[in-house]
Design a protein around this ligand. Structure first.
Ligand code: DGP
Length: 128
């Protein structure tokens, strides 16, 4: 597998402190902040601090410590939002867009955590 990481992507600039973000959580290996174009009342992005392009890149090449930290950070954001179904919350959606077909805009791994309204079906039915 070969990924070329663009060090000038917008999330790399956020990680370097070159542009601001509205931070909600920071851990040793992860950062969570509000999406600048929210599509739900809660719309948080969670990124690893390491230079990973997509979810598969991260899942296959990150260290155990990075992966554990990232998964825990996603869970912590859900907890902090109060959306955990197991704790009486109304639920949420976690998605990660990758590559061309996934319509990934920013080439640094991020998951979107969206919540706070009925989110509807995951995808519109494709045209026949
Ligand atoms: P995508 O790569 O398509 O999964 O989505 C990228 C998301 O990143 C999109 O919802 C908008 C958000 N975004 C783009 N630029 C910025 C930025 O400068 N700051 C923040 N907070 N979010 C951004």
């Amino acid at each position: 597998m070969s990924y070329a990481y663009d060090t000038n992507n917008i999330f790399a600039k956020i990680l370097r402190g070159e542009i601001p973000c509205n931070k909600v959580l920071e851990t040793e290996h992860s950062l969570a902040f509000h999406d600048v174009r929210p599509q739900a009342p809660h719309h948080i992005l969670v990124i690893p601090k390491g230079p990973y392009v997509t979810f598969d890149h991260f899942a296959l090449e990150a260290s155990d410590a990075e992966r554990a930290d990232y998964v825990a950070a996603i869970g912590q954001v859900c907890k902090d939002l109060g959306v955990q179904p197991g704790e009486g919350g109304n639920g949420y959606r976690v998605i990660s867009n990758a590559g061309n077909d996934g319509v990934q805009e920013v080439p640094h791994l991020h998951v979107h955590i969206m919540a706070g309204r009925m989110l509807g079906r995951m995808l519109e039915r494709a045209p026949e």
